[in-house]
Design a protein around this ligand. Sequence first.
Ligand SMILES: *Cc1c(COP(=O)(O)O)cnc(C)c1O
Length: 481
Amino acid sequence: MDFESLRASILDLQKRSRNLEPNAAERSTLNKQVENYADHFLNEIEMLKAFEVNKEDAEIIWASPITETPTDIGELLQLLSQSVDNTGLNPASGGHLGYIPGGGIYTSALGDYLAAVTNRYAGIHFASPGAVNMERLLIQWLCEIFQFGPESGGTLCSGGSIANLTAIVAARDAKGIKSSQVPKAVVYMTDQTHHCVHKALRIAGLEECIIRNISRDELDQMNTIELEKQIQKDQAEGWIPWMVVASAGSTDTGAVDPMQAISAICKKHNLWMHIDAAYGGFFKLCPALSNLFNGIEEADSLVIDPHKGLFMPYGIGAVIVKKETHLLHSHFYLANYMQDAYQSQAQYSPADLSPELTRHFRALRMWLPLKLHGLQPFRHALEEKLLLAQYAAKRLRSMNDIELRMPPQLSVVCFRITQGDNFNATNQAFIDYIQKDGEVFLSSTRIDNNLYIRMAILSFRTHLSTIDKAIEKLESFLTIT
Ligand SMILES: *Cc1c(COP(=O)(O)O)cnc(C)c1O
């Protein structure tokens, strides 16, 4: 190609790809339609079901493959509505009382919108000192909530699973667990520890570690007398005890392990103390619960999910560590092509502290709502959830044929129906009934071979009327069986 035709071809391709940069009028049209969709969704949210099966609708997306030519935004929003927002679980609904509910506060979506439009590179301080400072400020705030002290630090990530993985990798390296030692290395937890911790151990090359499930007391909290005995026994027998994983809010029952006692044991025997507070961590903002969280400040690492306890849309978790250098040690990497970025290393960058290099500018989706609303409404919403759980427990306790597993420590109410010859079958029938109805969504779990119903209250849209509705559904089930 000669020089002039090369220029002509380039200019032609520039023209042909112009659609990728909508002009002001085109943007305005797109924005209006997307905004209308979001408005419609939010205006209807009270009426929408929390769970909808509609499996056929979900398949429609396949009938619209990626092609060379454009599709109208209206048609695409219609497709989104029918095949996505009309099927399965609706985590934006206050009626979502299963698993651990998420959030989806609107102002966080605005932060995401701005983060995507400006597309700041939030991985390295040199590239966007402001975006990195914003993340550092949020991490510092989290470290202050948990009184982690002056050497602490951390990183934002996509959720609790990746946060647990990041912490476990740092713990492994800090404790010097080499691959040859893995089969002798021992990790302590309970059978209520979230499954993503097992997954993280496996991904981190620690699958062959010995897992000791320490027994639980009647509140599902780790039995620390047994923990200490087991560590001593393992040490005496030549095993390598190196980490305890405590839960600050287990997923099944919301149980908070006795962290003060666990930290004393970890210190005495030189073990890493990791706390999975993905679900329960933000309840630390409720003064009424301060005793329950005693000892959390002693942890070496802690995981917390803003997309749970701060009601943010899915896609934001955090890990904080007592000594930031531990995260740095496991994740720092200096590539030759990055040398410009490291000439003035004023402070650590997210890329030095996590597996990610290029990353979503996720600080903005957390910072904007926290600044815009202030912390108070978040605290009040969390306090409301705690009281709703107590209210639900009171109502359940007053009913016949209902057994509360234990008083709720946080906002999960775990109970079962004690009707019929086979309790498990009755409880499964109730779960089928409630999920078919779909107005509220509850999930079940199996503890010590018994099926339990879980009412997990964490959506900022779950209120008194939601709980009344869920109890009414339970009452009507009991009358028809
Ligand atoms: C939700 C949860 C996780 C996993 O977090 P994701 O954000 O779903 O990856 C881990 N631990 C506990 C206790 C949880 O509730």
